[in-house]
Design a protein. Structure first.
Length: 160
């Protein structure tokens, strides 16, 4: 498997993984905001970097990397990751995160920060801590899951 820069020829597979993750309602903050191919191409093309995990021309995951803020905080990046449901637990998420760290450095970012890692996303917490992310803190009831229940979110960062 390798991580490549976004290429429109993979839009259908990337879009399916992204929209499936939104529909799960347990990782991303969007509520039922699914995007079509045209919107998706604009969205993924507009990021500072969009990486795609592929193997044998099949897409297994995607991430987006962009500023976390503007101006005096513009050196801090943010990323979101989505992995095909059937491929989770096979190291794809880790490959995406490590690639986003590398790409963030290349783009001149100094920090990669996650603003809302849902407390029940145990695998993400284990992964970020394994890689060396620092836990900033917990926001109580910062996320509403698909069952309309409030969950805590954790903030993380890593120096690039």
């Amino acid at each position: 498997m390798k991580i490549i820069k976004y290429d429109k020829k993979y839009i259908r597979e990337v879009l399916k993984i992204w929209n499936d993750t939104i529909e799960e309602g347990i990782y991303f903050p969007q509520i039922d905001i699914l995007i079509n191919e045209e919107e998706a191409d604009k969205y993924f093309s507009s990021q500072d970097y969009t990486g795609i995990a592929i193997d044998d021309d099949k897409v297994f995951g995607v991430y987006i990397l962009h500023p976390n803020n503007i101006g005096r905080c513009g050196h801090i990046s943010n990323a979101s990751y989505a992995v095909n449901k059937e491929s989770r637990g096979k190291g794809i998420g880790e490959a995406l995160v490590r690639d986003s760290i590398e790409q963030g450095r290349k783009l001149g970012y100094k920090i990669l920060q996650f603003n809302a890692v849902v407390i029940s996303n145990i695998n993400a917490h284990k992964l970020y801590e394994k890689i060396g992310f620092n836990k900033i803190g917990i926001v109580k009831k910062g996320y509403i899951n698909k069952n309309n229940e409030y969950e805590d979110i954790v903030l993380y960062y890593i120096d690039l």
